[in-house]
Design a protein around this ligand. Sequence first.
Ligand code: NZQ
Ligand code: ZN
Length: 386
Amino acid sequence: MLDFDFHNPTRIVFGKDRLAELDTLVPAGATVLVLYGGGSVRRFGTLDKVRAALENGRTVHEFGGIEPNPRYETLLKAVEKVRSDGVDFLLAVGGGSVMDGTKFVSLASVHDGDPESLLYHGFAGVPAAKALPLGCVVTLPATGSEMNMGGVISKGDGKFPVLCPLTFPKFSILDPTLTYSLPARQVANGVVDTFVHVMEQYLTFPVEGRFQDRTSEGILLTLIEIGRYTIDHPEDYDARANLVWCATMGLNGLIGSGVPQDWATHMIGHEITSLYGLDHGQTLAIILPALMDVRRDAKREKLLQYAERIWNITGGTDDERIDAAIARTRAFFESLGVKTRLSDHKLGVEHFDAVIKGLEAKGLTAMSERGDQTLEVSRNVLKAAL
Ligand code: NZQ
Ligand code: ZN
């Protein structure tokens, strides 16, 4: 097992009807900015409940309109509001985009220099000394943003990871019933996103991380069990509760501690989202099966473990088992209603140059757990995804 530090300070408040507890979770007397997206939290009554819980000696301001794949320019408007209203606590109410955007606002509001510079630290993390404290009320299980220190911010035609330990939420309320109103497409995206987060931390090379492997496999098997079911039965509490908890545990640092990590599927997916507007989950369902195929030699041992432990594939040659595991993965995503080919979205070879250029511009020329995924390999992944 590799060396690691593991520290996760986020309090999780899990269960039905717990929004009233915001009154104890948010500091007394705080000036709070509640940030949200395009209006789903207003339509479904969540915002009213949040306000009711907070308006007990606190000043509450609102900032709505954070779009999916949150945009830098939009977030700067929230920063202005934080400064002009003297806000000292941020509350994100929404999905990954709202939580990520709020993390950026938490850094940018107290940043002395140009806020754009916060975008360009990549996986090394932002060397910030201060950030406003924030909490989350989660309405979409997918990104794990509610219990990690990362956000992804869009500017121009790029998506930029912004990581900083100061932006771990102080708390996150996970009430599965708040997700009942999600359209099927977003639930499916959430299942795929969680599945691929686990795979990015699992499908590398073995390092005797037995706990991490078996925990990852537990999440994958749970998603396979409940993924389609929770789309068809959105108000089955226990199925949805399992999805919510899998999403959080899939990307809160636990399963990735002490093991190599990849993230190439995400990086290629981000380029496709910023250039062609596909949802984050949609891009992952296309790239992962293709990457498994192209990277089969580098990932052979873990691919065979995945085939056996997740899909019970034990017969045939190594390559036949790997082919079967890829086919099962693809079929799982398709069973959720998520397409797995670039051509399903009318994307073809003519779009590859722009994707490769975007990767190159961000220095993503030696990706994956071994640093051996060159731009040429990424192009081969795109070809395999056609
Ligand atoms: O904006 P509103 O009106 O709220 O509607 C949203 C949005 O249109 C809607 N929605 C959310 N909760 C709902 C709901 N509709 C009905 N009922 C509810 N309860 O869903 C739509 C999508 O929301 P969004 O927040 O964009 O989705 P998601 O949670 O999938 O977040 C995607 C973003 O997270 C980033 C992605 O790159 C993307 O920008 N990621 C963040 C990560 C992290 N912080 O660790 C890791 C991920 O890999 C990912 O990159
Ligand atoms: Zn993701």
